[in-house]
Ligand binder design. Sequence first.
Ligand code: NAD
Ligand code: UFG
Length: 341
Amino acid sequence: MKDKILVTGGTGYIGSHTVVELQNAGYDVVIIDNLSNSNVKVLDGIEAITGIRPVFVEGDCTNIDVLRKLFEANPGIKGIINFAASKAVGESVQKPLLYYRNNLNTLINLLDLMPEFGVKGIVFSSSCTVYGEPDMNPIDETAPIKPATSPYGNTKQISEEIIEDYIKSGAPIKSILLRYFNPIGAHPSAEIGELPLGVPQNLVPYLTQAAAGIRKELTVFGNDYNTPDGSCIRDYIDVVDLAKAHVIAIKRILDKEDTDAVEIFNLGTGRGLSVLELIDSFERATGVKVPHKIGERRAGDIEKIWADPKKANEVLGWTAGVPIDETMKNAWAWQCKVTQK
Ligand code: NAD
Ligand code: UFG
């Protein structure tokens, strides 16, 4: 058995896929999640894939006493992967304090307890949202951070700064900040995937629900952007590829002595796809049509952004490998499974 890792938000979308990859790599996993945006049944899906049920603590990371008890009851945690956060951009504009309180207090509590419990490192879920609308694409980690356009985005910027300041102050920990581009898809087993509550705000869950007839049609938000087909461009990354990067990152922190105390990596494919290209890919991969129409632009949308993932490729030895059509097939298999339930 390898080291013990605490995964906060481990029953969530990216967290659950990461727990699977950690277990596949031999790590012992403890999850804490308050189930504010996930379901405890996700543990069944994880167990169905790996044959191992992770230790699960239902609790809130904003409560430092809950975390302290968790560390006391599960001695020997060496690393943390911190997914726990609220993540809906629109909601964060309506309820900024909820976002600042949840996302920042969670991080501060974890950082506070790490030295006391001998936890060596923390991998943090950041986002390409810190780059805002890029001046050029692809974008690498040296690009300037732009003023955040939502309280959610601001929590990611502030979190990165909190980690950097804490380590600068001499805290005996290391951190890797992972800036995700657009995570999509599901585990190929269809045992776990994304479970949006209510009407999906993100493209792929909306698209698969429209294809399944749960939504009348997908609205493509704008076709008059300065892009080849007029729709916005993103770097869509398969969630299993993304999960694997976390295993590499935590291993790097725990096993490698000669690395910087804080490192930042973009996690993307390096390829930008438009909304219309993504719809094409889905239809090609599944043979299922996506009812859609062109609508107005969505306020605040970035026109185009895709990653330069060279640093992650070279330093972490990680590459996003799942072809987009495969990702679309997996997203559809997951949607079909959820619809049947
Ligand atoms: P998710 O909502 O599916 O997972 C987050 C999990 O954290 C949920 O299970 C939720 O119940 C839990 N949680 C929230 N607050 C908590 C708290 N105070 N204590 C304990 N558990 C708590 O989201 P996700 O898509 O898996 O995202 C994971 C992380 O990645 C988040 O930090 C998110 O901001 C970041 N991220 C996500 C995306 C994306 O597009 N999905 C992109 C960039 C960054
Ligand atoms: N889109 C549509 N119709 C929809 C939903 C989305 O056309 O019904 C378009 C958007 O306009 C955008 C693209 O699909 O061009 C992707 O939109 P998402 O909402 O799926 O993703 P975003 O890039 O807007 O934002 C997401 C997360 C953010 C995160 C960011 C970067 O919501 O939290 O990725 O990781 F910061």
